[in-house]
Design a protein around this ligand. Structure first.
Ligand SMILES: [Mg+2]
Length: 398
């Protein structure tokens, strides 16, 4: 049961009939990718207004009451061996870790047409190819959309500050949110991902779900009240301090980039020469020795320091589904789309619930708990557009 200020109205369940989907709309791929990778297409003059709006909302509400969940701490002894054992081991042990880091974000050409890929696609078919099956499962259910940001809505770029979203993608997400509750679930801090997406009608779960807030637009706020959750709030001063230490420690390693994501500190390896990866990893891990309440996780060419609070993207989607009134409901169909290891926590939750679909965005075979796959952000956009067209057709026919 959620505390009163976290309770929101359940959206009405609209009866849904299965109809044949329309023909795909022709799209200009080259123009989309030009805009996806062109930093000049984004105007961020609303940034300060957005920050003020969030601050005002936060200051005017009974903030972040004790979580309704039993927040437990991870035992650092239970961390994945690939990361944790190397935290205290010598450089030699880093070889396996470097291999894992390399594999986490492979080059575009690797094994694209291999037998392995064909088998993998059989196991995790394209969500576009299976669109009708997915929609068939959505009959009489409320679809809820969860979207990762980097590598899902935006392309992976060298500089994480320039991971802009194409205007067409923003339009697709905006349209999806008109018909389905929609949340962005990202490793980035909430304000940063908001500034990339700039849609006030969405839910945002930043810092891998450790900082959740409902829609900030007045229209949606009325319906959803103040959905807020910060299960690791007490870690904020520690995270700010460790951010400063990380900046100091990583100084001198060319290309190393430390990103402060509030509840999660991300050290990006993407622009670092591979021969320095071991050194950089050792420096990052050395910081943890003095902070036993923090833990290390690995993503796509990134090492991340997070509180040892057992709260991840999977917990975030459970919290959001409960907030929407679907804690134990059979009338909901959550769809989660993501590209990274941290999205696996969310895929696992859906699998465990036996409800909804995880969709992994990947061009190459990866071990995953997702059911379906999409190759790249462009396909994610196309999937979202088809969802909207499908919904509009249903509404037109009733
Ligand atoms: Mg991602």
């Amino acid at each position: 049961m959620l505390p009163p200020n976290l309770l929101i109205n359940s959206p009405s369940n609209i009866p849904i009939l299965h109809l044949p989907h329309p023909s795909p709309r022709p799209l200009s791929i080259s123009s989309i990718f030009f805009q996806m990778t062109n930093p000049n297409v984004v105007v961020s003059d609303t940034q300060s207004a957005i920050a003020m709006a969030i601050t005002a909302a936060v200051n005017n509400s009974p903030l972040f009451p004790p979580s309704p969940y039993n927040i437990t701490l991870f035992s650092r002894n239970k961390f994945p061996k690939s990361i944790e054992t190397t935290a205290t081991a010598g450089v030699g042990k880093n070889i396996a870790w470097v291999e894992a880091m390399r594999a986490s974000s492979p080059t575009r050409n690797s094994s694209e047409n291999s037998e392995e890929k064909k088998n993998w696609i059989m196991k995790h078919p394209s969500a576009l190819g299976m669109f009708e099956d997915i929609m068939s499962a959505a009959k009489m259910k409320q679809v809820v959309i969860f979207l990762d940001y980097d590598g899902t809505l935006s392309p992976i770029v060298q500089n994480p500050d320039q991971a802009y979203m194409a205007p067409e993608m923003r339009e697709a997400v905006k349209n999806v949110a008109k018909y389905f509750p929609t949340a962005i679930v990202s490793g980035r801090c909430r304000s940063k991902v908001y500034n990339f997406v700039r849609l006030s009608e969405l839910y945002y779960a930043g810092s891998h779900g450790m900082d959740i807030k409902g829609p900030s637009s007045r229209k949606h706020q009325k319906r959803n009240q103040n959905v807020l959750c910060q299960p690791a709030k007490e870690f904020l001063p520690m995270m700010a301090k460790v951010y400063e230490i990380l900046l100091e420690k990583t100084e001198g390693i060319a290309g190393a980039n430390v990103e402060n994501n509030k509840f999660c500190l991300s050290v990006h390896f993407r622009c670092v020469e591979e021969q320095s990866w071991g050194d950089l990893a050792d420096r990052v891990k050395s910081v943890l020795k003095d902070y036993p309440k923090l833990r290390l996780t690995q993503g796509r060419k990134v090492l991340e320091i997070r509180p040892t609070v057992k709260w991840d993207k999977g917990n975030a989607i459970e919290f959001l589904l409960e907030s929407l009134g679907y804690a134990n409901s059979k009338d909901v169909l959550p769809i989660y789309i993501g590209d990274d290891r941290t999205d696996e926590d969310a895929f696992r939750v859906l699998k465990k619930r036996g409800q909804g679909f995880g969709i992994l965005v990947s061009k190459i075979p990866k071990e995953t708990d997702a059911i379906y796959s999409l190759q790249e952000p462009f396909e994610v956009m196309y999937f979202l557009q088809r969802l909207v067209t499908w919904k509009r057709l249903i509404m037109r026919n009733h």
